[in-house]
Design a protein around this ligand. Structure first.
Ligand SMILES: [Zn+2]
Ligand SMILES: [Zn+2]
Length: 444
């Protein structure tokens, strides 16, 4: 039903008009022109990329990154508004009647000490919320995503005579924590600025060679929820457990019981994940503590399963506590931390993927299985925008082939050795994104 509604919107937005020109779009001449322009702009983009890579900031602290992005988007010719939902940046260009298209890049880095050995590696150190010094690194490739955004803005603003419509270029904070898209929407992104008919985002992907893109039509990523469970017991001497209610043993039981939620209660074809990523309790060998704190991430693929798994966690934790004669655990489910499943609208996906196959090469466009990862671009789709999100390969083909043959594994995103090869990756990103956007705009 929602897809049907989205398609009505898409048709209203002129998708049919551009579909009528799909056969001749893009002409070889246009692709050639775009590639030439990207080549001649690359030196500037390379400097920007290396600056962003060397100066990462954590989620909700993206002050300097946002200021630099705003400056770049302004230089491209956009009308820029800063501090939309924290450090969110919105660059707007209105160029006659036509669809409104949004392009989004995420801006935050991760609390990791970089270990790539690159000349432009980050040496940044900050204090995290707990006051501990941590490194900061663009270990998820958001520097690639931002540079591709700026490259696309510069390219499309420089060829306004070729298209009609409105473009919104978004620098989004805090993708890693799942808060940024929600904050921008809550701050009126779609009320203060024209609401898009279409939204696109690309994301750097360290599992594939540069020059490639990968995608999935329909559901691409999972619902993400976070929960905290404070397991309450009664502390005492480690040598006299009978005088205590041991919350460490109770927490261990809860963790194991939770695994039955996915393995015994769910239909095995309906994927769900319950991971306890953190367990904290106690101070030394011979003291039984009063409490143990568990932190969970929960991944599901649909609303019904989500509801049942979240309820199941509460039921299992309470039942285990009752079994141990302990007080009910204190369970916090931060509804604000929820990131809905990412769904690529099938018709827009099909149209854009056909375009990619034609322009990047059929063998460079890879359909992927669904992942249980999360991505808050989904918030814009949930807010009623027809969206397509795709991944951009970023490692050398040689490293990719070697890893496939069982050689040195590729460092995954979120690891200290992860690094994209900037030039071919960003050039492919700008070309793919510019074509995707032009394809849904009205052509002159
Ligand atoms: Zn990311
Ligand atoms: Zn990430």
């Amino acid at each position: 039903m929602r897809f049907l509604l989205l398609m009505v919107l898409a048709v209203c937005a002129g998708m049919n008009q551009s579909a009528a020109t799909a056969q001749e779009f893009p002409s070889p001449k246009l692709v050639h022109l775009l590639k030439d322009k990207i080549d001649s702009d690359y030196e500037r983009l390379d400097k920007l990329y290396k600056h962003l890579h060397a100066h990462p900031e954590l989620a909700l602290q993206e002050e300097k990154t946002a200021a630099r992005l705003a400056q770049e988007l302004r230089a491209a010719g956009l009308e820029v508004t800063e501090k939309v939902g924290g450090f969110g940046v919105v660059g707007l260009i209105q160029n006659g009647d036509g669809p409104v298209v949004m392009i989004r890049a995420d801006m935050d880095g991760l609390p990791i000490i970089e270990n790539t050995g690159l000349a432009y590696a980050s040496t940044t150190r900050v204090r995290n919320e707990q006051g501990r010094e941590v490194g900061v690194m663009h270990a998820c490739g958001h520097d690639v995503n931002m540079t591709s955004l700026v490259g696309t803005a510069r390219l499309l603003c420089g060829m306004k005579d070729q298209w009609r419509g409105t473009l919104l270029f978004i620098g989004q904070p805090a993708e890693e924590t799942g808060a940024g898209a929600r904050l921008m929407l809550q701050d009126g992104l779609f009320r203060r600025f024209p609401k898009p008919h279409f939204a696109f985002a690309l994301h750097c992907d360290g599992r594939f060679p540069h020059g490639t893109v990968n995608f999935r039509s329909g559901q691409m990523q999972a619902n993400v929820d976070s929960m905290d469970i404070l397991v309450r017991g009664k502390g005492g001497h480690g040598a006299a457990p009978h005088t205590t209610i041991d919350p460490v043993v109770l927490a261990a039981r809860i963790i194991l019981d939770l695994q039955t939620l996915t393995s015994r209660e769910r239909d095995p074809t309906d994927a769900a994940v319950v991971t306890v990523g953190s367990i904290q309790g106690g101070t030394k060998h011979n003291i039984i503590p009063d409490e143990v704190h568990l932190q969970l991430t929960i991944r599901t693929t649909n609303d019904k399963t989500r509801k049942e798994v979240l309820e199941g966690i509460v039921r299992i934790a309470k039942a285990a506590a009752q079994g141990a004669r302990a007080a009910d655990p204190i369970i916090k489910h931060d509804a604000g931390s929820y990131t809905p499943a990412l769904v690529n609208e099938p018709e827009l996906t099909q149209k854009t993927v056909a375009l990619f196959r034609k322009t990047l090469g059929a063998d460079k466009v890879i359909e992927r299985p669904m992942s249980m990862g999360g991505e808050d671009f989904s918030q814009f789709v949930r807010a009623g925008v027809t969206g397509f999100y795709f991944h951009l390969g970023c490692v050398t083909p040689e490293r990719f082939e070697e890893s496939k043959k069982g050689g040195k594994p590729l460092p995954p995103t979120h690891s200290d050795g992860f690094y994209p090869v900037p030039e071919p990756t960003i050039k492919t990103g700008v070309l793919a994104m510019s074509l995707a956007v032009l394809d849904v705009l009205d052509h002159k």
